[in-house]
Write a protein that binds this ligand. Structure first.
Ligand code: SF4
Length: 226
């Protein structure tokens, strides 16, 4: 299955503005990575799956017990699902997540020699691993060129008119067309942090936004009281 959707080629002006956006976010967040805590790529994959629809802090509280009780993929592959459910319960959707991480552990230990695959197509064939999770792992663990589109990346990209699309896979393609490959792995985490801190979904802090002069979004909030 092809891993890429081809976007329309952006103009020089669109590329220039996109470059300014990322340069400013890179100045604001020179070093950035996921707030999820992990010791190796296998753990990163598991905590990323557990982080769906919950706070990173919640995952960070739960994950050490998961890895203490089932340290390797083969341990989790043989785990009792009810015991796993009890441990990861605070992260929500615990039945589905248990199924996903046990399925993942089985696939990785049975078909990949216990090692997490390092390409998008193989990763997305694993149970419970979508494009977003696979891209987080590729960019975060191996600094491979990948862009994960979550709700923050989606919103920030739309407001800044880096994309006119609504589907994550098309937004990913638009961002990939705007930026050189070597910058892809540094995009998602910066957009996510910026979306949390400044370009909030309901109450964006446009009055203090470092990208305000580059942002065409018509509904800017120019004072905290409005
Ligand atoms: S000006 Fe407002 S809407 Fe535009 S990027 Fe900044 S915070 Fe977001």
């Amino acid at each position: 299955m092809p891993s890429a959707i081809v976007a329309q080629q952006p103009s020089d002006e669109q590329r220039r503005r996109a470059r300014l956006v990322l340069n400013r976010l890179t100045r604001r967040y020179p070093q950035i990575g996921t707030a999820l805590e992990y010791q190796n790529v296998w753990q990163l994959l598991v905590v990323t799956v557990l982080s769906a629809q919950t706070l990173d802090d919640t995952v960070n509280r739960v994950a050490p017990e998961v890895f203490a009780r089932w340290p390797q993929p083969e341990d989790l592959a043989a785990a009792n699902p009810e015991q796993v459910e009890a441990v990861i319960y605070p992260t929500g959707f615990y039945r589905q997540k248990t199924k996903s991480i046990i399925g993942l552990a089985q696939a990785i230990s049975e078909h990949h020699g216990g090692a997490v695959p390092d390409d998008l197509d193989t990763l997305t064939e694993l149970p419970g691993v979508g494009r977003k999770t696979a891209s987080v792992v590729l960019a975060e663990a191996w600094d491979k060129p990948a862009i994960a589109v979550d709700t923050h990346v989606h919103r920030v990209s739309r407001r800044l008119e880096l994309t006119a699309n609504d589907q994550p896979v098309k937004i990913e393609a638009d961002l990939k067309a705007l930026y050189p490959k070597r910058r892809w792995s540094g995009i998602s985490m910066r957009f996510i942090q910026f979306g949390r801190e400044v370009c909030d979904a309901k109450r964006p802090r446009c009055w203090e936004c470092p990208l305000r002069d580059l942002c065409p979004w018509p509904d800017k909030r120019l004072a905290p009281t409005r």
